[in-house]
Design a protein around this ligand. Structure first.
Ligand code: ADP
Length: 647
């Protein structure tokens, strides 16, 4: 039976407001139909006659999933009338009139087409997530609606955002609130913070399964790693329960790094109701907070943890990945917000009264959680964003005065400017250079785009493209990397080991070995590499190479000639290119073991991350004197991740 989503009842009202205003804020409960229906309403009412409707999503998975759903509802093939575009993957065609895309892709499109003339409507969805790119888009939209000669409608949608604040930002634009119905949710707290939230989530899930009536369980974990662990524990746990003591169980992981085929398969099972006498356990990241609405959930288990990266501009360091909520028990904390915790609880009350089990004491919620989530712009390195804004060529954009909904700190903007200066992307007056302009056209972070440009100059573009592609696809290889390192330690002859030069070279050698066997998938499985991840790398590499040919006049003919040169045993040219790209991320070896001191503006003591191939060479005492690193990350100690020796 088709359920009428709340937003549908507001169709006339929405059209009336949109017709009279260029910018409208739409606030609606999660699941009210903002992501899937707004675009269809506007399409029905003629807004695709004058252009495409763009709907941005902060998450790649959501862009793919929601577009698939909308295509299905409209009875068209995905990629035709309804399509999606995410970094390195464009599934749209001439026919596309509703396009779901990540906010990053829309930003990139605006570089080549600053007025975004192909779009009649731009919907910035999930604005409450306050992703870095959505925040920048908010500032740009403000200018664009005034600037554009053809008509543009901008809708900003959110589940929890302070509508008044956004409305004020857009000169008091109207706010339309779509009331949603939520059933009461009983909140149950743990009496104390568990020592292991994984074990505690397992116990709570099995208790519900044994004791509570029918209804699916949604469990919030922090990421792929702990989701996989919990899924496997749940599988064992459910199996060991006495037969007949409870209903059947389906256990489903839901996170942003699922392989596409698996994602499609999981989605079908996540979005269709559980079979009779069967309970679903959906183990998800905060993607299920608002991005993807899972129906049928009656019980929510909230670990209270959130995976968040926090950039500190004064040290240039990202702090630990999984953040705990309490500053009392742990020394460092970036609290989950009450808004997020409430959203999680709300997922239990969509279809009937529900229960939410919080795996932490109520005092934490009251006293330790912040009111709102800190916007990403205030906890990220801004080098990429600042370079992008600089390349827009708009005379009135002064980065330090750019109109942000919540401005980043001056320190963080200055840090970004300094980084860009070190890699020649801007000059001493802060003006973007020719190099910087070309860098901005590449869909990569500044260090990698600068590496590619330098490589193009010194005859090792082909190698650098591989390194950039391998690093860009790293999320899909990540799991494998550690296995590779482990395996390599056991069987050094199996896989290349970076020849002591470091991680970038190892990534290159892995790809080259695969190339030598004609991209044979069996080679990947034999070496514990995900075939799909490697194929993705190959595709990314091809795309990057095409962009380089266009933007930086990277000539493949020249490359063939110089290919011989590239085969230098010591990878000298490639390492030179890496030094240019990572000029702000250099470190010098200290006399003791694996200790290094970062050079430049911020000098601090750091170590080589255990996942690095250089660590595997530790026994040989082969730590190089100077290295560049891809990022600094502070977990138990400050570490350099993805490290490569330079001269
Ligand atoms: P909102 O954006 O307001 O949170 P959505 O438009 O995402 O709401 O969701 C509306 C309904 O569509 C929900 O019941 C949700 O379960 C369903 N839905 C969303 N995406 C999919 C999908 N990919 N497959 C099946 N159902 C989906």
């Amino acid at each position: 039976m088709a359920v009428i989503l709340p937003i549908i009842q507001f169709e006339d009202k929405i059209i009336e407001i949109v017709e009279q205003n260029s910018i409208v804020v739409v606030i609606g409960e999660t699941g009210s139909g903002k992501s899937t229906q707004l675009s269809q309403i506007l399409h029905r009412r003629g807004y695709t006659k004058s252009g495409i409707i763009a709907v941005t999503q902060p998450r790649r998975v959501a862009a793919v999933s929601v577009s698939r759903r909308v295509a299905q509802e409209l009875g068209v093939r995905l990629g035709e009338e309804v399509g999606y575009a995410i970094r390195f993957e464009d599934r749209t065609s001439e026919k596309t009139c509703i396009k779901y895309l990540t906010d990053g892709v829309l930003l990139r499109e605006s570089l080549s087409n600053p007025e975004l003339n192909q779009y009649s409507v731009i919907i910035l969805d999930e604005a409450h997530e306050r992703s870095l790119n959505t925040d920048i888009l908010l500032g740009l939209m403000k200018r664009l609606v005034k600037l554009r000669t053809s008509n543009l409608k901008v809708l900003i949608t959110s589940a929890t955002l302070d509508g008044g604040k956004v409305s004020r930002f857009f000169s008091n634009c109207p706010v339309l609130t779509v009331p949603g119905k939520l059933f009461p949710v009983e909140i149950l707290y743990s009496s104390e913070r568990p020592t292991s939230y994984l074990e505690s989530a397992l116990k709570a899930s099995l208790d519900i399964h044994i004791r509570e009536p029918a209804g699916d369980i949604l469990i919030f974990m922090t990421g792929q790693d702990d989701i996989e662990k919990l899924v496997s524990k749940l599988e064992d746990g459910v199996q060991s329960l006495e037969e007949g003591s409870c209903m059947d169980a389906i256990i489903l992981p839901l996170h942003g790094s699922l392989p596409p085929e698996m994602q499609a398969n999981i989605e079908i099972r996540v979005f269709s109701p559980a079979p009779p006498n069967c309970r679903r356990f959906i183990v998800a990241t905060n993607i299920a907070e608002t991005s993807l609405t899972v129906d049928g959930v009656v019980y929510v288990i909230d670990s209270g943890y959130v995976k968040q990266r926090q950039y500190n501009p004064s040290t240039g360091m990202y702090s630990l990945d999984i953040v705990q909520i309490s500053r009392i028990l742990f020394n460092c904390y970036f609290p989950d917000s009450r808004v997020q915790a409430d959203q999680r609880a709300g997922r239990a009350g969509r279809t009937c009264p529900g229960k939410c089990y919080r795996l932490y004491p109520s005092i934490f919620y009251r006293e330790e959680f912040s009111d709102v989530t800190v916007p990403e712009i205030q906890r990220s390195s801004l080098a990429g964003s600042v370079l992008y804004l600089k390349s827009l060529d708009v005379p009135d954009i002064d980065i330090l005065k750019f109109d942000f909904l919540d401005p980043p700190s001056r320190e963080s903007l200055e840090d970004a400017l300094r980084q860009l200066y070190l890699i020649d992307a801007i000059d001493e007056n802060g003006v973007i250079t020719k190099v910087g302009r070309t860098m901005a056209e590449l869909p990569l972070e500044p260090s990698l785009s600068r590496t590619l440009l330098e490589a193009n100059e010194c005859g090792c573009l082909s190698q650098a493209l591989t390194v950039a592609a391998m690093l860009s696809a790293e999320t899909t290889l990540l799991h494998t990397r550690s296995k590779v390192t482990e395996k390599k330690r056991k069987h050094p002859q199996d896989l290349p080991n970076g020849s002591g030069w470091g991680d970038h070279i190892q990534l290159l050698q892995i790809y080259e070995s695969w190339d030598q066997v004609n991209y044979d998938p069996r080679w990947c499985s034999d070496n514990n590499l995900q075939v799909r991840g490697m194929l993705f790398t190959k595709d990314v590499r091809k795309q990057l190479s095409q962009i380089m040919q266009k933007s930086a006049k990277g000539s493949m003919d020249v490359q063939t000639i110089i290919k011989r040169k590239e085969r230098q045993k010591d990878y000298k040219n490639l390492r030179r290119a890496l030094s240019a790209g990572y000029a702000g991320q250099l470190a010098e070896r200290m006399t003791h073991h694996n200790g290094y001191r970062t050079l430049g503006f911020k000098q601090q003591l750091v170590q080589v991350h255990p996942s690095s191939v250089l660590q595997a060479d530790e026994e040989d005492g082969r730590f190089p004197d100077y290295v560049v690193y891809h990022e600094l990350i502070s977990t138990s100690r400050p570490f350099m991740r993805n490290v490569c020796s330079v001269e």
